[in-house]
Design a protein around this ligand. Sequence first.
Ligand code: AMP
Length: 285
Amino acid sequence: MPEDGPVVARTREELRAALASTGRPRGFVATMGALHEGHVSLLRRARAESATVVASIFVNPRQFDRADDLAAYPRDLGSDLDVCAAAGVDVVFAPAGEEVYPPGSATTVDPGPIGRVLEGASRPGHFVGVATVVTILIDLVAPDRSYFGEKDGQQLVVVRRIARDLALPGAIVGCPTVREPDGLAMSSRNERLAPADREAAAVLRRALLAVRDAHAGGVTDAGRLRTTMLEVLAREPRAHVDYVSVADPETLVEAEGSRAGPLLVSLAVEVGGVRLIDCEALPAG
Ligand code: AMP
């Protein structure tokens, strides 16, 4: 890492120049900024396993289905660069929109049915936006390993799929979810929660733990596992459920009847106007 913090590349050309003389292996972490301990855990993992660490900071307009959500997304490049410097990042790619999507850009990446369920059903176009930007960024950075959080479970499934289908360079590495002391998954969205809603938001983790315990205790019926989650969520009046899901971890098709695992359990819940997601992988029985 340079003594005076990361090199900041604002254009594709600057990124190419910054990477020209760097060592391998190269680790890559894609972010939308507003960096917190969850992002830092990915950067640290990349640092530990790479000669060169590259982070991107780009609020990708194409993965937002609501203009107000995009407008409300926190942006503070200065403090993000401080976080990157402290985590030992070598190169930060912080492009303007037209560097990622050149004028007239019309090509998109559609990951297929796995992008149209769950988050994709609630946020139409979201995963085409994610898949397109991840493809472009991995192509530009040409990493040996790209690190993604398990917190965004469906996103990780989508990224693994496009990496395989499109032969994107390097490996995709999933990293464990970093949580607040009460179990709430760290997210830049948490800052938008009013105090009473912030407290209520811990119910997401409680619902997932109830399912994990039930599954470990021998409950394999997918419907019962969904009901277990809904019962916990129903006890928190501030929580408004968007979906609860017990699905195949690769196809994301909802499980029916008795299934030993592995399963991906996920949920999306609105608390105080803020949409929160979380998930838990259940091992093979
Ligand atoms: P974002 O900036 O929200 O696009 O997230 C960038 C990366 O950080 C994604 O791979 C996320 O899954 C990951 N990430 C976000 N929050 C967490 C967390 N609490 N724990 C682990 N990884 C996370």
